[in-house]
Design a binder for this molecule. Structure first.
Ligand code: GN1
Ligand code: MG
Length: 345
């Protein structure tokens, strides 16, 4: 029997029908159905999320906070037959299950500006709904996750241990990254500036992490909350720009990336509509920096993984992490040009 079938049994789904859902780069996700009941079952990557209890307790905290606020409902976690929220199988894989939200679906790129606006508004509402939750009560599920100085440092460390071949191939990208360390300085500055709040950020705001309602076509709620932890304003709006402003994601060839101005405006205005008055003026003034911050960080992360022989992100061919880094840096250059031109207009 497949491991997913054993796991489904533990969560009370006997002899289930199962589908593999489009998996991200980290976990394996399934939809299981038995006796007309469905659930989302996930095999959690515990190499990435080493403290699964922290992930689970954050989820419960967020769930209850949102439930009390009455503003947004996210899928509840399901319990095993012996009332546990997670289960470890005999191969030592960790499993958990979520309620399947009926009549919802996920969107893929390219999507219309209306869809993107709705997704961005939903992420903004999520930030706003968590505004009253003391971010310090959330555990950092991946320490230093969107800490740009930490990511830059990890890249330097990867350079020291890289093979000659991979290092040589990366020289131009490393130079381009070095030329933009002003973004790292900006990050270091905002950490000690009280005008930028420490917030509960989602940190993985791609389009496919939003559930849409089948009837209305409108966004319902964000999912994939493993990386909700303390962070700063640029992460959520920035990761939307990073992952949605071009018509395809980071796996597309670098020469195909472009900035879609209508999508860019839909992200900014959607997020602003959702977050309302909870943004500080310093955060608002720097909103157009956020996409660049996230593209820069993601390029650094992909290149560091390439130089470390692909230990983190799933790859389908040997040079994929290099190509992803090139894609993100190319988009960063195009976004920089677009933002500068728009600010002069
Ligand atoms: C990973 O697997 P997925 O799609 O949820 C990563 C994000 C990256 C993203 C790039 C925990 O997210 O930070 O932005 O890949 N998540 C983790 O596609 O590292
Ligand atoms: Mg994720």
């Amino acid at each position: 029997m497949e491991p997913v079938v054993f796991a489904a049994e533990r969560f009370g789904f006997h002899a289930p029908f199962f589908e593999v859902l489009t998996d991200g780069l980290i976990h394996k996700t399934y939809k299981v159905t038995a006796n007309n009941r469905s659930a989302i079952l996930q095999q959690v990557n515990t190499n990435v999320f080493k403290d699964l209890d922290a992930v689970t307790s954050n989820y419960q905290l967020i769930y209850k906070h949102l439930e009390r606020s009455g503003k947004l409902r996210i899928p509840g976690m399901l319990k095993t037959v012996d009332q546990q929220l997670t289960w470890v199988d005999k191969e030592n894989s960790c499993w958990r299950a979520f309620e399947f939200m009926a009549n919802t679906y996920t969107e893929t790129l390219p999507a219309s500006p209306e869809k993107i606006f709705s997704a961005a508004k939903c992420y903004g509402e999520f930030t706003a709904a968590l505004n009253e939750l003391d971010a310090q009560h959330l555990k950092p599920t991946i320490p230093g996750f969107h800490d740009l100085a930490n990511r830059y440092h990890q890249l330097q460390a990867a350079v020291l241990h890289a093979s000659h071949e991979r290092l040589n191939k990366s020289r131009l990208l490393l130079e381009k990254i070095r030329q933009r360390t002003v973004l790292v300085d900006f990050y270091n500055g905002l950490k000690s500036n009280p005008d930028f709040r420490l917030r509960a950020m989602h940190h993985d705001t791609k389009l496919s992490n939003i559930l849409f309602d089948k009837a209305s076509g409108q966004a319902v709620c964000p999912i994939d909350l493993d990386t909700v932890m303390p962070g700063y304003f640029f992460s959520d709006v920035g990761d939307m720009i990073r992952s949605m402003v071009s018509s395809q994601d980071e796996n597309a060839p670098a020469d195909s990336v472009s900035v879609n101005s209508e999508i860019y405006r839909a992200i900014i205005s959607g997020y602003e509509a959702g977050i309302g008055s909870t943004f500080t003026s310093a955060e608002q003034e720097n909103i157009h920096r956020s996409g660049m911050m996230m593209l820069y960080m993601q390029a650094i992360r992909f290149l560091a993984d390439y130089l470390s022989n692909d230990v983190y992100y799933k790859i389908n061919y040997p040079e994929q992490n290099f190509e992803r880094a090139l894609n993100q840096l190319t988009l960063l250059e195009k976004l920089d040009a677009f933002v500068s031109a728009s600010s002069k207009a």
